[in-house]
Design a protein around this ligand. Structure first.
Ligand code: FVH
Length: 297
């Protein structure tokens, strides 16, 4: 994982797609002193940008022609390809950074599609909301040709913390999805714990600091557990999976008795029970990677 540098020299950048995110991207580029050309299907969304010094291109093809780098931020990849596939759009010699959300398979397909038309293509995933764009808090993941990232990282750094993941154009979307599963898992676990405590009159604010402590503690286990996953060996150094599976039964019973949702504990227990049944009960928790690494039975 490489982070782009912040020594930006002015470049000519086009931004195609001026929704909430595209406008934030274009404003950040203007603030960093770049020459910015914009295009949007609904041209009125460019008004504030034009007032701030952006040039409104009459067509997407014109915007592409005038730029060292073109950033795309549309609803989805289908919109990207329908826009770039129009007559009058010539991708030869262009460098595209597609920050539109999508799957890793779509990113690889769009990369091949764009490269066949003569473009250099970097895919990207924005791990931030529009107000954070232009600050270091806005982590933006990129994958695709390293040379293209390195050449344009000074410009991309104007948008946030530009991070390079590797040559496979699908990587940015994959990291995006992996980040989402982390985020929703933590939030759902917190909400389940909150629902249990509320039955005893404990409010969410009282539980939050304890929950945070647990989340931070568990986060600290990850590097050691990652070594076990990567090494394919799971000695029970602190706890065996069968011990955890018994604690999951308590969690399930408690949830049932309290009358709150049992969906999460049932999921935990089903995964652990399968691994125990497959003979992994005396190993450590990360052995569950084998359950996560295959399709749901
Ligand atoms: N907003 C956010 O916080 C998230 C953060 C994480 C990443 N996303 C992704 O960014 C993409 C754009 O999101 P957005 O919030 O800017 O979305 P909208 O405000 O709805 O703007 C959509 C723009 O796409 C244009 N568009 C849609 N279809 C077409 C098409 N067929 N041809 C040309 N342009 C098209 C639309 O144009 P218009 O409706 O204004 O004419 C907007 O410019 C998205 O992938 C998020 O997942 C943002």
């Amino acid at each position: 994982m490489t982070t782009g540098n912040h020594h930006s020299s002015p470049a000519t950048v086009s931004v195609l797609g001026l929704g909430l995110m595209g406008r934030a991207l274009a404003h950040a580029l203007l603030r960093a002193g770049h020459r910015v050309t914009v295009w949007n299907r609904t041209p009125s969304k460019a008004d504030a940008l034009v007032a701030d010094g952006a040039l409104l291109a009459p067509s997407a093809g014109d915007a592409l022609r005038s730029a060292d780098l073109t950033i795309l931020c549309l609803t989805d990849d289908e919109a990207v390809r329908s826009l770039l596939g129009q007559d009058g759009v010539d991708l030869r010699g262009t460098t595209l950074v597609n920050l539109t959300s999508g799957s890793s398979a779509q990113a690889r397909e769009t990369a091949r599609w764009a490269e066949r038309r003569g473009a250099r293509y970097l895919d990207g995933a924005i791990m931030a909301v529009p107000p954070a764009i232009g600050t270091a808090d806005a982590v933006i993941l990129h994958s695709g040709p390293r040379t293209a990232f390195e050449e344009h990282s000074p410009t991309l750094a104007a948008l946030g913390t530009a991070t390079y993941l590797g040559e496979d154009p699908g990587l940015a979307s994959l990291y995006d999805a992996a980040g989402l599963t982390m985020m929703w898992s933590v939030l759902n676990a917190w909400l389940h714990g909150t629902a249990m405590l509320r039955t005893a009159g404990v409010d969410a604010a009282s539980f939050a600091p304890f929950a945070q402590q647990i989340a931070v503690g568990v986060a600290g286990w990850l590097p050691g557990y990652a070594e076990q996953v990567d090494g394919g060996s799971f000695p029970a150094e602190v706890s065996a999976l069968e011990t955890d599976a018994r604690a999951m039964s308590h969690l399930l019973d408690e949830s049932e008795a309290l009358g709150v949702s049992t969906e999460l504990p049932r999921l935990f227990k089903a995964l652990a029970d399968r691994a125990v049944a497959a003979g992994h009960g005396s190993e450590q928790y990360p052995v569950l990677i084998e359950e996560f690494g295959r399709p749901t039975p």
